[in-house]
Design a protein around this ligand. Sequence first.
Ligand code: 4AD
Ligand code: MG
Length: 430
Amino acid sequence: MKTTISQAPRYNEETVTIGAWLTNKRSSGKIAFLQLRDGTGFMQGVVVKNDVSEEAFQLAKNITQESSMYITGKIVEDTRSPFGYEMQVSDIELIHEAHDYPITPKEHGTEFLMDHRHLWLRSKRQHAVMKIRNEIIRATYQFFNDKGYVKIDPPILTGSSAEGTTELFHTKYFDEEAYLSQSGQLYMEAAAMAFGKVFSFGPTFRAEKSKTRRHLIEFWMIEPEMAFVEHEESLEIQENYVSFIVQSVLANCKLELQTLDRDISSLEKVQAPFPRITYDEAVALLKEKGFTDIEWGEDFGAPHETAIAESFDKPVFITNYPIGIKAFYMKPHPERDDVVLCADLIAPEGYGEIIGGSQRIDDLQLMEERYKEHGLTGEAYQWYLELRKYGSVPHSGFGLGLERTVAWLAGVNHVRETIPFPRLLNRLYP
Ligand code: 4AD
Ligand code: MG
């Protein structure tokens, strides 16, 4: 019976064959312990000299790291391993012998590992991080599909910018100038007017010259947009969504969280509702905490966000930022013209901003004024203004950065480990 490591527990006490790679091995005299991986999981194979042919035993003793094989044996319970099962090997068929695999079980420097990202992905730790990423994506589709949202795919090549013009990747589009999308939001607003509640999931690009542990040049964003939803209701959707993905990861990635030594007690507390503080309160809190460098009207940096997050044991919304530091499309506060109806969601434990969102301007005249102030006039934006011309309605939306969310849930320090092939300031390889 051909199966996989993740399915092996179903075949307890039965003999199965698994296509696998060798990650490590240890042998002494009449026994060899093979650490196997097959993409679905990790499991030990035990080869006892008297139970296999002489040829198979010699192969087990000499097989090299990352060589591939079909391995056959009986699945038995093994209470000592976190996986809970191992294989009593009866036969090995070598597929391909690997030589001089560069990533040995010893420690390697980060740059070396990043240069070998195509191989580093095979490691147990990277496997666990990617499985958590996959679970967040799966839970996202479940959450929004169950609530009747329609998945809409905004374009990646665009003629307009959503988040300011300084961080755009320029490219030629035949004879026109085009950019790689910074955010699908403007298109998602059009989609919300056509389908009510929508969400997107796709790559976005920021030519940011930031070299921090939170910034990628190419990252993936989940962007829901909802017609007839105002700011406060949008915050409720956000906290329910984030709670749902955290609880899904806790329920479905137990082994991965254990592999990563993630402290799950802090994640267990992540249940809606989340605390909310205004930008004004956040500035006051920072001053209390001894930050003398921050003045009303300035944006927060990573140390500020971390300090604010420390006061809460759940993610915290910072609402109503000054109009001057936020995007052109955000709706002004009904009682104040110096702040807008927006919120950033700051993750606990120093993982930073994971969501940026707002209620959008729905008044045509105000939107036209904002356009002029931001120098965004021209044909490329006509379609966006037209959304305010034909049956404009209150609407809100937000963008969740997938990689920062993975970093938080997996307890990984740097976003470079949260995406299969990171694009960083100085890295386009592999
Ligand atoms: O706050 P941002 O820039 O918001 C938008 O793009 C809105 N148009 C979204 C919307 O309302 N539909 O980005 C949203 C999130 C951030 O909170 C952060 O998690 C992530 O995207 N993000 C990045 N992640 C990794 N590397 C970068 N350079 C990122 N820039 C933003
Ligand atoms: Mg933001």
